[in-house]
Design a protein around this ligand. Structure first.
Ligand code: NAP
Length: 310
């Protein structure tokens, strides 16, 4: 019996992956889309209201938006698989992908849309107390800290969003930021600064997370005068950005110095024939749901063109 060769396998299921699935299925490429075993839907599954995705003037909850994209993918026949790809061999005309259940797929083209993962501060006790005070997801864990005094570290939109959301539960939210200004968008900064439950500690970095079984406080340093201090806090939400999820690609595809996949801008072509990349995996500049969806569309169109020429 001859082995099935797929025209297109899409790896990743954020706005980029699902949008690629919608376009590729409508182009009759019969795509298979690996959603991930625990991360299906991508980063938006951990957000609350998305206010800036065009077409939703009243806002839309992140998970609802992803459910809609997924349903649209399925409507046109994309085969969705709730598993991870654990190995990819992408050189040559036929690509080989292995999933977490041991299935081996052959494909003529691949779209990479694996997104990014939360960045860690890099402290030993941050890891040790993860799930016991330290968290990367306010919507998942905020509830546990009702009436507590807790911290958010970071100065971007994620930190603003997490801090604002956490005031629903916490008695007080302290934003710890290493500089004297936020890089977040003005509307989100204004919301934070107007919230009486939020305090900002400017020019402050987290030196250590304190606590034996659960977090009890933070060791901090003022970045201007170097003074160290301790503060009693029961949770730390880390919102300091993301790193591209490109670990499976190292050594076989061109990455930039930060690990993002390089593409032949304005296309989504990588240095490997038949391999395309989109979404947060390639983008450290815009990183919006709508820009990820846009590049997912581009990747499907690029793959369709590639397949029609081969
Ligand atoms: P980001 O914009 O890269 O901001 C990361 C923040 O963390 C920065 O303030 C940075 O400080 C700080 N930081 C980085 N490494 C650190 C470290 N080791 N220790 C302490 N602080 C550290 O990341 P983001 O907030 O996750 O946002 C990523 C993208 O998603 C952005 O384009 C954002 O607009 C978008 N986003 C949009 C929304 C929305 O519109 N609803 C919500 C969330 C995210 P410095 O400022 O000093 O560099």
């Amino acid at each position: 019996m001859s082995e099935k060769i797929y025209d297109l396998v899409i790896v990743g299921s954020g706005p980029a992956g699902y949008t690629a699935g919608i376009y590729a299925a409508r182009a009759q490429l019969e795509p298979v889309l690996y959603e991930g075993s625990v991360t299906a839907g991508g980063a938006l599954m951990n957000t609350t209201e998305v206010e800036n995705f065009p077409g939703f003037p009243a806002g839309v909850m992140g998970p609802d938006l992803m459910d809609s994209l997924k349903a649209q993918c399925e409507k046109f026949g994309t085969k969705l698989v709730r598993d991870d790809i654990v190995d990819m061999q992408l050189k040559g005309d036929l690509k080989t992908l292995t999933d977490g259940s041991g299935n081996v797929l052959k494909a003529r083209s691949v779209i990479l849309a694996t997104g990014s993962a939360y960045k860690e501060i890099g402290l030993e006790n941050e890891k040790r107390l993860s799930g016991r005070g330290v968290s990367w997801c306010a919507t998942c864990d905020g509830f546990f800290f009702r009436d507590h005094e807790i911290a958010v570290v970071g100065g971007g939109d994620s930190a603003m969003e997490e801090a604002t959301f956490l005031t629903k539960f916490a008695k007080k939210v302290v934003i710890i930021h290493r500089r004297d200004s936020f890089r977040a968008s003005k509307i989100m900064i204004d919301r934070v600064l107007a919230n009486p439950k939020i305090e900002v500690m400017w020019n402050t970095e987290v030196l250590d997370v304190l606590g034996a079984d659960n977090m009890t406080g933070l060791k901090l340093r003022n970045t201007l005068d170097g003074k160290e201090s301790e503060r009693a806090l029961t949770a730390l939400f880390v919102a300091i950005g993301h790193l591209p999820r490109s670990e499976l690609l190292t050594g076989q595809i061109d990455l930039d110095s930060e690990g993002y996949v390089k593409v032949e801008f304005p296309s989504t072509r990588t240095n490997l024939s038949g391999v395309f990349a989109c979404g947060d995996l390639v983008d450290h500049t815009y990183r919006q749901a709508i820009t990820a969806a846009g590049t997912g569309c581009q990747a499907a169109l690029d793959a369709e063109k590639f397949l029609s020429h081969h």
